[in-house]
Design a protein around this ligand. Structure first.
Ligand SMILES: NC(=O)c1ccc[n+]([C@@H]2O[C@H](COP(=O)([O-])OP(=O)(O)OC[C@H]3O[C@@H](n4cnc5c(N)ncnc54)[C@H](O)[C@@H]3O)[C@@H](O)[C@H]2O)c1
Ligand SMILES: [Zn+2]
Length: 372
């Protein structure tokens, strides 16, 4: 893989509107963050939102801004999901005012999905929308959350319940930053990679070839996989920017994952690991519901999950989540319309159905079998 790949995302307005919504680039590779200064040059003021971990590990990379003559205002939030709140959003908006940002200013979201979601929403709201440059620093944020324009904070009643669509003006996915990521955060990112590969099709086969180097964080394997995931996500987002239909396939495994996370208790099971198990459950459900056309697929995906160091079955989460609680959480999921939860289920590698209804009894039977 060459040092730098560029994927174009054709989403949102045909012409650039004031907030810069237009087709945008995702630049992927080790070192692309050096392009930050140039990218922010036109702004009256640059505001960087980051978290304390990223600031400690990689804050010096913001030098690229200073070198370009754009000394930024930097705000570092406490790391973790606990910062995705309306309170933190308000503090961030107030900090934008204090920093003297106006309609011509821009925000850089320099961190994982938490910083990306919070920063993206702040940018969507400030002056009714200023440009947001996503500079993802986790594998999950590079392959998933930094692309596609979904932004949100959590409410007491649930995750991501208050948000907006706000496409970034540019994404700089510097894969060199992943070297400092903890093992569990890296594997959580691989959970979303597994999901994207199943949606993609050919990527699943490629992952089987390079699972070893990828699990060991080989830099070229990582960059190749980030680029492939971004290409797949970009294609789906372009088709359906506001999630009216096809984009829902990106929620593969997520109804199960959210239920597992909820049942286990906030923060106990990392999202991406719950997604890996959720993908396995979606395959089992597809089999049960008669949707699955590729008989060997569940075993194939389970084997791949194992070689990536991911849990493949509910039982492997070590009883972190009680079955009854999972079923109850699933019934409450915001994606369920008119009672029965709707599911995204694979028919084959590269062919995913969305909006499939599963009878509660079928679901209960499935969970029991998979937990044992
Ligand atoms: N908007 C979307 O489309 C979308 C999609 C998927 C997930 N999400 C959201 O993303 C969030 C999860 O994102 P995440 O997994 O990146 O979590 P995160 O942002 O909390 O980052 C995980 C941890 O890694 C640390 N970290 C980040 N970069 C690092 C680096 N380079 N080196 C060392 N440590 C680093 C962070 O400080 C944090 O402790 C969730 O809130 C989820 O809802 C959004
Ligand atoms: Zn996810």
């Amino acid at each position: 893989v060459s040092a730098r790949e560029v994927v174009r995302v054709e989403a949102g307005a045909q012409r650039a509107d004031r907030a810069g919504h237009a087709p945008y680039e995702v630049r992927i590779g080790s070192g692309v963050l050096d392009e930050l200064g140039e990218a922010c040059r036109a702004w009256t003021r640059t505001f960087v939102l980051t978290d304390e971990n990223v600031a400690r590990w990689h804050g010096s990379r913001l030098q690229a801004l200073r070198a370009a003559g754009a000394a930024p205002a930097v705000r570092a939030i406490a790391p973790g999901e606990g910062s995705k709140t309306l309170t933190e959003l308000e503090r961030t908006l107030d900090a934008l005012v204090e920093a003297g940002c106006d309609r011509g200013s821009g925000l850089v979201a320099f961190g994982g999905g938490v910083v990306g979601d919070l920063g993206g929403l702040a940018a969507a709201l400030y002056h009714r929308g200023i440009p947001c440059l996503q500079a993802p620093t986790t594998l999950l944020a590079m392959v998933d959350s930094s692309v596609g324009g979904k932004t949100a904070v959590d409410l007491k009643g649930g995750r991501n319940l208050a948000g907006a669509f706000h496409q970034p003006c540019l994404v700089l996915a510097d894969t060199g930053l992943l070297a400092t990521l903890s093992d569990v955060e890296y594997r959580a990112g691989l959970g979303e990679v597994l999901k994207t590969a199943l949606i993609d099709g050919p990527l699943l086969g490629r992952l089987e070839e390079i699972a070893g180097p990828l699990a060991r964080r080989d830099t070229s394997a990582t960059a190749e996989v980030v680029a492939a995931c971004v290409r797949r996500k970009a294609a789906i987002v372009a088709l359906d920017p506001h999630e009216a239909g096809p984009r829902r396939q990106l929620n593969l495994g997520h109804t199960f994952a959210h239920a597992i996370e909820h049942a286990a208790g906030a923060g106990r099971v990392p999202h991406g690991l719950a997604v890996a198990v959720g993908v396995g459950l979606a395959l089992a459900a597809a089999e049960r519901a008669g949707v699955l056309r590729e008989a060997g697929l569940p075993a194939r995906v389970r084997a791949l999950a194992r070689s990536l160091g991911l849990p493949a079955r509910l039982a492997e989460l070590g009883g972190a989540a009680a079955l009854g609680a999972i079923a109850a959480a699933m019934a409450r999921d915001k994606k369920s319309s008119r009672g029965a939860p709707r599911f995204v289920l694979p028919r084959a590698a590269g062919d995913v159905a969305w909006d499939v209804e599963l009878a509660p009894a079928e679901l209960a039977g499935l969970l029991e079998r998979e937990a044992g």
